[in-house]
Design a protein around this ligand. Structure first.
Ligand code: M6R
Length: 614
């Protein structure tokens, strides 16, 4: 959470920093701040969005060419101006921005208070900047050596950009657990720093990604100096990032979320075709060859993930077990990492993550690796921590997802895991070549089918209007559509603040049915061939108790259409491929309910796109 930006070079820093913050606002928008350094620091901070900060930046910043900036998702302390970054040391000489959490800040703070330091904010970050000052003063060190030494006593996660008034030609940056990228140029005249590539690529496409515990000194005209926190010199690789800048604009859409929902025909297509052979007839995961044997022989696959990616994991469980007959366990990464799970070198642990940076998923992946498991990730961000650390990455080619509510990343994740299930099934002989070919042929039709659903947006919007005042919603699905019920409920609650629960439809009788009444609508996903009759019975039980029903049904549906109050019709495809189609009306429904309620769909309250803290 939180986004950091830095610039040191020959251009005016403030506009670069503010624009960068706007691109990182998806990571948090509780407060924003900027500091530029010439002879002294000029610091501006404001609670709320980057636009609030922009409004108070005055002409004094003009022509100042070094600075750091921050957009905050509050962890320690309320989202007030005093808790906004950058934070300055007591002697006013060091200033920094921080993304992450300093876990032992309380211990360090008590020690600093005993030594006479005082604090203006409740943040862990202010403790860190003062601890660096303390180490610097005590050992008479320059800023990078003070930072390195200080970090030896710090526990937690951080990406930091640090300036020292005494050394105005330098910026020092580091990371551990939280992401950080540095944009470089051939001449080394200027450097761009950011929590991800998006604010950097409009300036330079040459990026350096740091490893944990690497401290980098940026000085105009000099190459990067990279050392670990113990002073050991490290090499670095410059990567060329090809990121389409159109992906990070809203284009003709009012919100990123809507744009991203509508991008799905092409993002699903890009994802599918990236994992097919040249003739687009066979699945071909690049570089999977070395792992193939292990995957084929796997006794079990454990999927670890969070939020929407966890729902994609459950779809994966149904697909892989059905097609490849490998037992799959799907775990919340946050629970898995702390419950002493049994993992052996025969296990495949698969992380699913849009960002590739989610702290719990990354920790679960690292733990599994340390226990000898083969690690695999399905990830949307090139160069992310997960993709760098696991044994094999299957990318989703969804492009940059900016809306906090994940949409196109989810369908791309499901597309990848479905291809993987088909491939494993074929290799293990649990499905025939004909079945695999048939599924590959059908999966290629999904972009077109998703487009048909998108064309029904107007109807979905008109249905959404009926539920603007609802305070609670039940989502029901069965089989492979159960995770779609979970995902529909998550989408609705996170952007419209309507309480929503997803359940397997048959579980309704074991509790949730007590809630059913006129004011509690149920959204049923009733596209499965297998469970259709049972779902119709569930719908009748709801109607008998006067509960309103919205149902996702196939185009040729009859019975459910007569039972439900409203239906969203979607094309009929094989059950195993239905989730990608069935989720789309739920995304649009949530979006329109939230817009009718006046909610900020791209930046829902209390949330951030990438949860890089526990
Ligand atoms: O980047 P990741 O896929 O690892 O993120 C996981 C969750 O934080 C994310 O899916 C979250 O639940 C979204 N807000 C859902 O829309």
């Amino acid at each position: 959470m939180c986004g950091i930006v830095g610039y040191i070079g020959g251009k005016e820093a403030a506009p670069i920093l503010v624009n960068g913050l706007k691109k990182l606002e998806y990571r948090g928008y509780d407060s924003a701040g900027i500091a530029v350094l010439e002879n002294d620091f000029l610091v501006y901070k404001q609670s709320g969005k980057v636009s609030n900060l922009e409004a108070i930046i005055d002409a004094k910043v003009k022509q100042v060419t070094t600075g750091i900036a921050h957009t905050r998702w509050a962890t320690h302390g309320e989202p007030t101006q005093e808790n906004a970054h950058p934070h300055t040391s007591n002697n006013g000489e060091i200033i920094l921005v921080h993304n992450g959490i300093i876990e032992n800040y309380k211990f360090l703070k008590d020690e600093l208070i005993r030594k006479g330091f005082h604090f203006l904010s409740q943040t862990d970050t202010e403790v860190l900047v003062n601890y660096i000052q303390y180490i610097q003063d005590k050992n008479q060190l320059n800023i990078e050596d003070a930072l390195k030494k200080a970090l030896q006593s710090v526990n937690g996660a951080y990406a930091l950009a640090v300036l020292d008034k005494k050394e105005p030609n330098k910026m020092v940056v580091t990371r551990k657990g939280s992401p950080l990228a540095i944009g470089v140029t051939d001449t080394n005249d200027e450097f761009y720093v950011a929590s991800d590539a998006i604010p950097i690529v409009e300036h330079t496409q040459s990026l350096v990604y740091l490893n944990d515990d690497e401290v980098v000194t940026l000085e105009r005209g000099k190459k990067l100096k990279v050392q670990d926190i113990y002073g050991v010199t490290k090499g670095y690789k410059v990567k060329n990032i090809d990121l389409d800048l159109n992906q990070v604009n809203k284009g003709k859409y009012e919100h990123y979320m809507l744009k991203e929902i509508f991008e799905q025909p092409s993002t699903i297509e890009n994802t599918l075709y990236s994992h097919l052979n040249n003739e687009n007839t066979q699945i071909s995961f690049d570089k999977l060859e070395e792992l193939k044997e292990k995957l084929i022989k796997a006794k079990r696959i454990i999927i670890v993930s969070c939020g929407t990616s966890w729902h994609a994991g459950i779809v994966g469980e149904y697909v892989i077990e059905e097609l490849a007959r490998i037992p799959v366990e799907v775990e919340y990464a946050s629970e898995f990492r702390y419950r002493n799970p049994i993992i052996t070198d025969e296990d495949i642990v698969m992380a699913i993550s849009q960002s590739g940076e989610t702290a719990d998923t990354l920790a679960a992946l690292r733990y599994s690796k340390s226990m000898g498991a083969t690690t695999f990730c399905i990830c949307n961000v090139f160069g992310s921590s997960m993709s760098r650390e696991c044994d094999f990455t299957a990318y989703t080619y969804a492009g940059a997802e900016v809306g906090v509510a994940s949409t196109k990343a989810f369908t791309a994740q499901v597309a990848v895991i479905t291809l993987l299930g088909i491939q494993l099934g074929l290799e293990r002989g649990t499905i025939s070549k004909d079945t695999a070919d048939g599924l590959v042929k059908e999966i290629k039709s999904l972009p077109l089918e998703v487009n048909k659903v998108l064309n029904t947006e107007k109807h979905i919007k008109s249905v959404a209007k009926n539920f603007v005042k609802s305070s609670s919603f039940l989502f029901l699905g069965r089989g492979i559509n159960f995770p779609i019920a979970l995902e529909g409920a998550l989408k609705l609650k996170e952007i419209s603040y309507i309480h929503a629960e997803g359940y397997p439809a048959a579980e309704m009788k074991h509790g949730p049915i007590a809630l059913i009444e006129e004011s509690l609508p149920t959204l049923m996903i009733a596209t499965n061939n297998n469970f259709y009759d049972k779902l119709v019975s569930n719908a009748q039980e709801i109607k008998a108790r006067k509960g309103p029903i919205v149902a996702v049904v196939n185009e040729d549906d009859d019975e459910m259409t007569h039972t439900a109050d409203f239906v969203f019709k979607v094309p009929r495809v094989s059950d195993i491929l239905q989730p990608i189609i069935a989720v789309v009306p739920l995304q649009l429904f949530s979006y329109h309910v939230a817009v009718y309620r006046g909610c900020n769909v791209d930046q829902p309250r209390n949330l951030a796109k990438s949860v890089t803290v526990e």
